[in-house]
Design a protein around this ligand. Structure first.
Ligand code: FAD
Length: 407
């Protein structure tokens, strides 16, 4: 039995155990992860690591010695399959059982898979784990035509790396623009143009009929409009399914992830949850429930959970959301959540490849997408945190530093 047992050895898992020790927690800590690796950084998987510019060791979130020095019983390659909330126990696929005083569920999720004819062919990849990306890197060397299914951040980052590596890349997106779920039309149009400039074909409003095979391996993609795209490889980036079935079976309330309250508690006694697998009312979402997928969200929730487990103070989660994406030489940094925006203001000129889009709701700044505009991001964070009201004229004027609008 552990005083704290963490399920999921990813970003949030690594942060919660570090925060517990930093805050002086002396109790026993166990951490169970189903990957073979110690916790590592996921964002480079579709960026520098995919490009072959970073080694596995450089991905590690903590040096190997950390786990021993901090007396954390890290168990990798083990998958938790059920939780008995009453008995305070988890069971693994291996049959092993572990008891806990506090359970922290930090399991992220599984990439959503395609459901169409041919989706089980060889050569179809997803980008969530180091092992998956290694498999993709091994194959991409021999690939000429790569079809990327899904024009979200992961699909587009992958497209950028593969285009730079000289592959013929086509991105298929069902909606009428890429990044439709997360950004405004002006940012979507900018990225579509950038990718086209780099030779990537982008097909929007396009869906897939089936994947065509040759000797068990992908050879093409049949679109619903009848066109066949040649493909030696496909990468599927169509979203994440939160990994919460064991909690759901144990009786936790789950709605697209496990529901948590402001203290990151699930509805099960002594079970906290955090990161990509949780659904909660975010202070910056105008009262809406969200399930965010960002390093910031996982890390900041982990700090809240650590404080609440230690119990010196009651901490609530209220951090300003932020996120980044790298494509080519473009660094996008976003802050806030643009949910329910009714106005956008473009600051700077997209043609100069350095600009920001400010999102407002009833005159209040709620989010910014900053492209090669780090200053706007830094000051924009303050404006979002403070809920500053501003006019389009103030925001448009690049000579007015955003800092001057802060309280
Ligand atoms: P994870 O880091 O996914 O960790 C969960 C771990 O739990 C995994 O190792 C999983 O295998 C394991 N697990 C699951 N179920 C079980 C089980 N039953 N038993 C044991 N272990 C289990 N975010 C950004 O902010 N910026 C970026 O640029 C960015 N780029 C990204 C690029 C890629 C390719 C991907 C995949 C994600 C990216 N993200 C980015 C998102 C970010 O990586 C996630 O938000 C973050 O990893 C969430 O942390 P987490 O702890 O919730 O989940």
């Amino acid at each position: 039995t552990y005083d704290v047992l963490v399920v999921g050895a990813g970003h949030g898992g690594a942060q919660i155990v570090a925060s517990l020790r930093q805050q002086g927690f002396k109790g026993s800590i166990g951490m169970i992860g189903d990957e073979v690796d110690a916790p590592y950084e996921r964002p480079p998987l579709s960026k520098a690591y995919l490009a072959g510019e970073t080694s596995v060791d450089q991905l590690l979130l903590r040096p190997q010695a950390f786990w021993i020095e901090q007396e954390i019983a890290l168990k990798t390659g083990l998958r938790v399959t059920s939780v008995d909330a009453q008995a305070h126990q988890v069971r693994c696929a291996s049959g092993e059982q572990f008891g806990y005083r506090h359970l922290v569920w930090a399991t992220g999720g599984q990439p959503r898979r395609l459901v169409c004819k041919g989706s089980d062919l060889a050569g179809i990849h997803v980008v969530r784990t180091r092992a998956q990306v290694d498999a993709m890197r091994d194959e991409v060397v021999h690939a000429k035509n790569v079809v990327i299914i899904g024009g979200g951040y992961i699909g587009l980052e992958t497209a950028a790396i593969l285009a730079k590596a000289g592959k013929s890349v086509c991105v298929i997106e069902a909606q009428d623009r890429v990044l439709a779920r997360v950004t405004s039309p002006v940012v979507s149009a900018f990225y579509e143009e950038e990718h086209r400039r780099h030779g990537v074909r982008i097909l929007t409003k396009t869906s897939i009929e089936s994947l065509l095979g040759d000797k068990g391996r992908i050879a093409g993609v049949l679109l619903s409009n009848g066109e066949v795209l040649p493909a030696d490889m496909a990468v599927v980036g169509i979203g994440l399914i939160p990994e919460v079935s064991a909690l759901m079976d144990a009786g936790a309330v789950c709605t697209n992830g496990v529901d948590i309250d402001a203290q990151c508690r699930t509805t099960l006694l002594d079970v906290y949850a955090l990161g990509d697998c949780v659904n909660y009312v975010n202070a910056f979402a105008d009262g809406a429930r969200v399930r965010l997928e960002s390093v910031q969200n996982a890390n900041d929730q982990a700090k809240v959970v650590a404080t609440n487990i230690i119990g010196i103070a009651q901490a609530s989660y209220s951090a300003v959301p932020w996120f980044w994406s790298n494509q080519y030489d473009l660094k996008l940094q976003t802050v806030g959540l643009n949910i329910g925006y009714d106005q956008t203001v473009v600051r700077g000129n997209p043609d100069n490849r350095s600009f920001s889009v400010v999102y407002l709701r009833k005159g209040k700044i709620i989010a910014l997408d900053c492209i090669n505009a780090a200053r706007d991001f830094v000051f924009g964070k303050k404006l979002v945190a403070q809920g500053v009201v501003a006019t389009a004229a103030q925001l448009e004027d690049v000579h007015v530093d955003l800092n001057s609008l802060a309280a």
